[in-house]
Design a protein around this ligand. Structure first.
Ligand SMILES: Nc1ncnc2c1ncn2[C@@H]1O[C@H](COP(=O)(O)OP(=O)(O)OP(=O)(O)O)[C@@H](O)[C@H]1O
Length: 410
């Protein structure tokens, strides 16, 4: 839609070569007059265009502000239930299941289909259409039908492994044991300890051992931007586990949804609370579930709300600490065991010198040492490679490695 006015014709000077100087002068004067006219017309058109430009600029500013508000304001989630022909839509809000009839913009009316998930604002006006729900589910959950981690791949955590097997594997494999004795198996297992100590590995290994599907959800993923989405994901998570049983649900970073209540009453906190309530209610209804076990992990045990630790919820707490010297040796053997290691490398020495390292850091130490050997065009990994790897790791992550570096690094 263009509103630009058409330009006036350019005046031409028509002078008869035979004309007298007076006639010539008159013709020039007429021409000058015409030029002045055109100049005036152009001037007024320019003013008109400038004022239109100003209007458009204001419109752009307004839209930009509106866009910003839309981007920052919390939106609610809803599903399109019906699309009557008149450009309206019946939507059902997630969380409270409120059904509303709302007008659609012409663009959305063409685009929307029944079943679509949409984001709506406080006045129930549809702001945008969201991705396919299955995509959102797939993004948030990691599903591994047959994890490959074995118990033997885990270094050190013998006592923790025994407890996890007792709480998760036995109820799946020998449920009758519990029935005969008349005790309820633990509802949920909570693994807590510093990062990279093998919590995920433990959960994966027990899923592998029991031929269960491993379904992982990160707590941070459950804390979503859209109101109602976190609790919806929790429901999806348990539903999926039901479909896939036997299954092990692993919720990493559970502290993101189950932190102690704070005094602040921001909508973000309320949304986290709702997600946690949904999780608790799923766990409370857990008895009727078949072969589904639930394991959660946290690095921030101190932050957890005691509500999730009550009997019937995460009632088996297992601490997974950083490895002891003996465990560090075992972890190094696991990760460097297949490497072509020179005679001057003694895992026992390395274990002694890596106090404060987590399992994940020991795994990186082995990989990095291998990389140094490759870079040097050798097919054998020497002690000097482990030393170089050590220095690199310490330099990269002073804060993660912990205070106990060996003396020759400090
Ligand atoms: N006890 C261990 N034995 C062998 N390898 C380990 C051990 N702990 C950690 N690792 C190595 O570190 C990697 C990361 O470990 P994992 O993901 O299990 O840690 P996590 O405790 O779940 O960490 P986070 O709390 O950061 O999620 C593993 O894939 C493995 O290579």
């Amino acid at each position: 839609m263009s509103r630009s006015p058409s330009l006036p014709d350019r005046p031409t000077l028509d002078v008869d070569p035979e004309s007298s100087p007076e006639e010539h002068f008159d013709a020039l004067q007429d021409h000058y007059g015409e030029i002045l006219d055109v100049h005036e017309q152009l001037q007024s058109q320019l003013e008109e265009v400038e004022s239109r430009r100003e209007e458009l600029r204001e419109e752009v500013d307004r839209l930009q502000r509106e866009n910003e508000t839309l981007k920052t304001a919390s939106l609610y989630l809803a599903t399109v239930e019906d699309l009557p022909e008149d450009g309206s839509a019946v939507i059902k809000q997630h969380g409270n299941n409120q059904e509303v009839l709302t007008e659609l913009s012409p663009r959305l009316a063409d685009e929307l289909e029944v079943g679509d998930r949409v984001a709506i604002n406080d006045s129930f006006s549809v702001q945008r259409v969201l991705d396919d729900e299955t995509d959102a589910r797939a993004q948030a959950m990691e599903v591994d039908e047959s994890p490959t981690v074995e118990y033997d791949d885990i270094g050190g955590l013998d006592e923790q492994l025994r407890e996890v097997r007792e709480a998760v594997e036995d109820p799946l494999v020998n449920p009758e044991k519990f029935e005969k004795v008349g005790v309820e198996p633990p509802s949920g297992v909570l693994l807590h300890g510093p990062p990279g100590t093998g919590k995920t590995m433990l959960a994966k290994a027990v899923a592998n051992q029991t031929d269960a599907t491993f379904i992982k959800m990160a707590g941070s993923e459950l804390v979503r931007k859209f109101i109602g989405e976190g609790s919806r994901l929790v429901r999806d998570l348990f539903e999926l586990a039901d479909q896939k049983e036997p299954a092990i649900i692993f919720i990493d970073e559970i502290d993101a949804v189950a932190a102690k209540r704070t005094d602040s009453k921001t909508s973000g906190d309320a949304e986290v609370q709702r997600t946690m309530m949904q999780l608790l209610s799923e766990m409370d209804g857990f008895d009727e579930r078949g072969d589904v076990r639930i394991i959660a992990a946290t690095n921030r045990f101190d932050m957890l709300d005691s509500a999730i630790l009550r009997p019937g919820r995460f009632d088996r707490l297992i601490e997974v600490p950083n490895p002891t010297e003996e465990a560090r040796e075992r972890i190094l053997e696991i990760h460097a065991g297949d490497m072509n290691v020179a005679d001057d490398v003694a895992f026992a020495d390395l274990a002694r010198e890596t106090e404060g390292f987590s399992g994940a850091q020991l795994a990186s130490l082995a990989t990095e040492a291998g990389m140094f050997a490759i870079r040097d065009d050798r097919d054998e990994v020497r002690r000097e490679d482990f030393d170089a790897a050590y220095e690199k790791l310490v330099a990269e992550g002073e804060d993660d490695v912990g205070p106990n570096y060996p003396s020759y690094i400090r």
